[in-house]
Write a protein that binds this ligand. Structure first.
Ligand SMILES: [Zn+2]
Length: 111
């Protein structure tokens, strides 16, 4: 209980991911630090990938054609990025998507 490096949330969202669970083959569950819960269709997440090769960073137009993402795509690895996002590595080899907590909350209609 020492006070070293006490992390303040000046920049990031106050609500963070508390735990991640695999609900079924295609559904990822996230419990947030405010105890709300979200469920995500992993294929839908892949189709909404916000990375620079899927979304044009200037025009915000989607470059990725959602129909090219197979229904069989699955997350292989989920890592946290700092205190604000998750990076998801998918079974189709795509791993550049950084899903911010703000984006995930918005997708699940929280906040
Ligand atoms: Zn992407």
């Amino acid at each position: 209980m020492n006070n070293q490096n006490s992390m303040t949330q000046k920049n990031g969202p106050a609500v963070r991911v508390k735990s991640i669970s695999q609900i079924d083959g295609r559904t990822l569950g996230i419990t947030w630090t405010d105890d709300k819960a979200s469920r995500f269709d992993v294929v839908d997440l892949r189709r909404k990938c916000p990375c620079a090769s899927c979304i044009d960073e200037w025009t915000h137009e989607q470059i990725l054609k959602p129909e090219t993402v197979q229904d069989s795509v699955r997350p292989m690895k989920v890592d946290s990025v700092g205190q604000y996002a998750l990076s998801i590595q998918f079974s189709d080899g795509h791993k550049t998507g950084i899903y911010t907590f703000a984006m995930l909350r918005k997708l699940s209609h929280l906040n």
